[in-house]
Ligand binder design. Structure first.
Ligand code: DX5
Ligand code: ZN
Length: 217
């Protein structure tokens, strides 16, 4: 049994000069969550935005805010992300020396704790943390940039994560290169939560609803 299918547009591909308006547009077009890619220029070779921007966006949106922290030492940011209004906080396994502690701190902040794994990281590494988390993020590209191609061998990892989750109420999220062509592969493998940046924001705003519906399948 998997949780309800959820589409989470990534604002990394939105107009940074008017993020609030772009969020409003995707909400009106049927988006379920807002995916917030926080990058520090160290864990990934790119910088994006942090808690002050998220706190500003929170004022005009009541959507579920899903923060994806692509940062070193994410522990330092958990309190700020909570204060900024994030509902879910996902950290990278590769960035956490003491992942169990990090996940516990997220839970203590009453946020949904997510763990993301890069394409080279085996799903098995999640085995001993599975009962403490609410979301697994299978990266379907190497993190850092929008607009990359879905890595086909990630389909097998999505299947493995679905097996690991079994009947637990855990979201299985995919992120990177998700389009109306690749979403069906991820869904068939067991993903229920689909992040898409360029496949949504790369369209004309009048087509956002069509794009979201196509990815939802
Ligand atoms: C990549 C980010 C993604 C990115 C996805 O590091 O985590 O959320 O915005 O962008 P697309 O959908 O364009 O691959
Ligand atoms: Zn992301």
């Amino acid at each position: 049994m998997s949780l309800q299918r959820t589409i989470a547009p990534s604002i990394l591909a939105a107009n940074f000069a008017d993020l609030a308006a772009d969020i409003k547009s995707v909400e009106n077009a049927g988006a379920d969550w807002v995916h917030l890619d926080v990058m520090d220029g160290r864990f990934v070779p790119n910088l994006s935005f942090g808690a002050p921007v998220i706190a500003s966006l929170r004022k005009s949106s009541s959507s579920y805010f899903d923060a994806h922290l692509m940062v070193e030492n994410p522990d330092n940011l958990i309190e700020d992300m909570k204060q900024a209004g994030c509902d879910g906080i996902t950290v990278h396994l590769e960035a956490c020396t003491h992942l169990d502690r990090t996940v516990s701190v997220i839970n203590e902040h009453d946020c949904c704790a997510g763990v993301a794994i890069n394409p080279h990281t085996p799903v098995d590494n999640l085995k001993h943390i599975i009962d403490k988390i609410g979301l697994i993020l299978i990266m379907t590209v190497n993190p850092g940039f929008g607009g990359q191609r879905f890595i086909p061998s990630m389909v097998e990892k999505i299947q493995q994560a679905r097996e690991l989750i079994a009947d637990r109420p855990i979201h299985l999220q995919v992120d990177g290169g998700i389009t109306q062509e690749t979403a069906p592969l991820a869904i068939a493998a067991g993903a229920n939560n689909l992040v898409a940046g360029s496949a949504i924001f790369g369209a004309d705003p009048t087509d956002y609803a069509l794009r979201i519906a196509a990815i939802r399948g």
